[in-house]
Design a binder for this molecule. Structure first.
Ligand code: ZN
Length: 189
């Protein structure tokens, strides 16, 4: 699946909006991604999962680990395509943790699967979670890489598409300067 087809799938699902947005951080941005809107369609999720699995199969992963909640559906699809377990980590007191009886062992080769990587923070935390359990992280991947540079991860990182969008302080926003009306993502337009 090439990057243009991936972004077209996001657009046609209403998961990628281009315009002028006020993000929850208070920053302004020219685009907004909500991967849940593409992944709500099982056929899309399966297709994206197969494409990501093709990027990491050579690393011979034995298990997929995703951060809840955003990585959960795509992680499950990658696990299905690879024929391996798909487990997830959840925040407990702010720390990504394996719960529900999920376990990793020293022999496990983990691929960390995300929907969208922006700063890479949750990806790094998920890698640390796997390492703390004694497993080896052999790769990480995401449907969309918003960092443009693999977010400085220390393991091989793959994505189906890169999509870098600047965000701006409200008083330095060129879209505001151009008089573009602003909307809050998720609100009705
Ligand atoms: Zn603005």
């Amino acid at each position: 699946m090439d990057a243009a087809s991936v972004l077209d799938l996001f657009r046609s699902s209403g998961a990628l909006h281009e315009g002028h947005f006020r993000l929850s951080s208070g920053l302004h941005s020219g685009a907004y991604l909500q991967s849940a809107l593409v992944l709500q369609h099982p056929a899309h999720a399966e297709r994206l999962g197969r494409a990501l699995a093709d990027l990491v199969r050579d690393a011979r992963p034995t298990v997929v680990l995703s951060p809840a909640l955003g990585g959960l559906i795509i992680g499950h699809e990658v696990g299905r395509a690879l024929g391996v377990r798909a487990i997830f980590a959840e925040r407990v007191d702010g720390i990504l943790t394996l719960r529900r009886g999920f376990s990793l062992s020293a022999g496990d080769r983990v691929v960390v699967v995300e929907d969208v990587v922006t700063t890479g923070l949750s990806t790094r935390e998920t890698i640390a979670c796997a390492a703390a359990a004694g497993a080896t992280v052999v790769a990480a991947c995401a449907i969309v890489d918003r960092s443009g540079n693999g977010a400085g991860l220390t393991v091989p990182f793959h994505s189906l598409a890169q999509y870098v969008v600047e965000s701006y302080q409200p008083d330095a926003c060129p879209l505001c300067a151009a008089g573009e009306p602003i909307v809050k993502p998720g609100s009705r337009k």
